[in-house]
Design a protein around this ligand. Structure first.
Ligand SMILES: NC(=O)c1ccc[n+]([C@@H]2O[C@H](COP(=O)([O-])OP(=O)(O)OC[C@H]3O[C@@H](n4cnc5c(N)ncnc54)[C@H](OP(=O)(O)O)[C@@H]3O)[C@@H](O)[C@H]2O)c1
Length: 335
């Protein structure tokens, strides 16, 4: 089978290569073998390949294939795989090695794809909606009943648009931040009801203060971080929370430079990587939410472009292109 692999962390297009590996053995009890047809290039996948700043250069004992999410067709099932059977179209998360033509997955992490959901939507059906739920729970925890405005950065991202749609559906006050005028226009077209502000405007901080009614944000949902953190903390109301869930930005902000103590501010990290710590019942509810969303709102699972596995370098370049809309997919043939 073909697989994109790497043996050490480093610049993605340099350390990754397409290899021919032997196919996985027949699945053991409780496992299924999936022929993967489509998988996303998520920012988190690239972080896994390149390492986070300060923690790069890790080497692996055997070639590692990135990716935790994808969709495909079940090839074989082990004993005790429940209703899963060969030929069934499924999505999976979190299953390491999604950037390969086959993965062996625990049956419990494999989800049948409803007939009405296309392959491209199915490939994106789990991570982003589960991240949305993780973020909404963190927002809920942070607010102690306060209905103050929420500010989100990178609002034009795939996750940001899910948050935007959730704000409209549930009626919470959201202020969208993007980094440029093109992104601002695109998001205004998408969500005309929601304020959108570009951090490229010299007066963006005062625009946010106006949009939050002058009293500051109750919560900031931040995927950018870096040197923007100080500005975002300054936009919080006293006692409020900055929820960090991504590191798209550059530079850094010293914790000591933030008036956390005197203003009783909270900075909290959130990761969908901890989703498996939820109970089986909670995870089933979350997956049912994600599946429903894929059925009812496929436009929230926008695809920026599709590339064969062999064209991974172009796919990664596209995934990092400013102004792209949606997520890039890597595909492989059905047989
Ligand atoms: N913590 C978790 O569990 C978790 C899970 C999933 C995703 N995430 C994070 O969520 C974020 C969004 O992921 P996604 O897949 O939705 O992203 P995406 O669809 O690829 O979109 C990326 C967005 O980020 C914007 N952006 C890129 N660099 C930026 C910068 N330096 N400053 C401001 N904006 C910038 C882009 O704006 P332009 O349109 O201007 O190019 C684009 O709108 C990522 O940081 C990802 O790592 C976290």
């Amino acid at each position: 089978m073909r697989a994109i692999t790497h043996e050490r962390q480093g610049e993605a297009v340099r350390v990754l290569s397409l290899r021919e590996l032997s196919e996985p053995p027949a699945p053991a009890a409780g496992q299924v073998l999936v022929r993967v047809l489509s998988r996303p290039v998520h920012p988190g996948d690239l972080l896994g390949v390149e390492g986070v700043p300060g923690v790069t250069g890790q080497r692996f004992a055997s070639p590692r294939s990135p990716g935790l999410e994808g969709m495909g067709v079940i090839e074989a099932v082990g004993d005790g795989a429940g209703e899963l059977r060969p030929g069934l179209r499924v999505a999976f998360f979190p299953v390491p090695g999604a950037w390969s033509e086959f993965v062996t997955a625990p049956a419990g992490l494999v989800v049948p794809v409803p007939d009405g959901v296309g392959d491209e939507t199915a490939a994106l059906m789990l991570v982003n909606p589960l991240t949305l739920l993780t973020l909404l729970r963190a927002v809920e925890d942070s607010r102690h009943g306060d209905a103050g405005p929420i500010v989100q950065t990178a609002a034009g991202s795939s996750i940001g648009k899910l948050v935007g749609a959730a704000a409209l559906r549930h009626g919470f006050p959201l202020v969208n931040l993007v980094r440029g005028s093109a992104g601002k226009q695109a998001l205004r077209n998408r969500f005309p009801e929601l304020p959108v502000i570009s951090t490229a405007d010299a007066d963006w901080r005062s625009q946010v203060r106006d949009a939050t009614g002058g009293r500051g944000a109750g919560t900031v949902l931040d995927a950018v971080g870096g040197s923007l953190t100080g500005d975002l903390v300054a936009l919080l109301a006293d006692g409020a929370t900055l929820i960090s869930y991504g590191a798209l930005g550059s530079g850094s902000t010293a914790l000591e430079s933030l008036a956390l103590t005197s203003r009783e501010l909270t900075v909290r990290g959130v990761s969908v990587g901890r989703w498996l710590t939820r109970t089986a019942e909670e995870r089933a509810e979350d997956v049912a939410f994600a599946t429903r969303l894929a059925e009812t709102d496929p436009d929230l699972f926008e695809v920026a472009g599709t590339y064969d596995l062999a064209d991974y370098a172009e796919a990664i370049t596209h995934a990092r292109r400013p102004g792209k809309n949606g997520t890039v997919l890597l595909t492989s043939p059905a047989s």
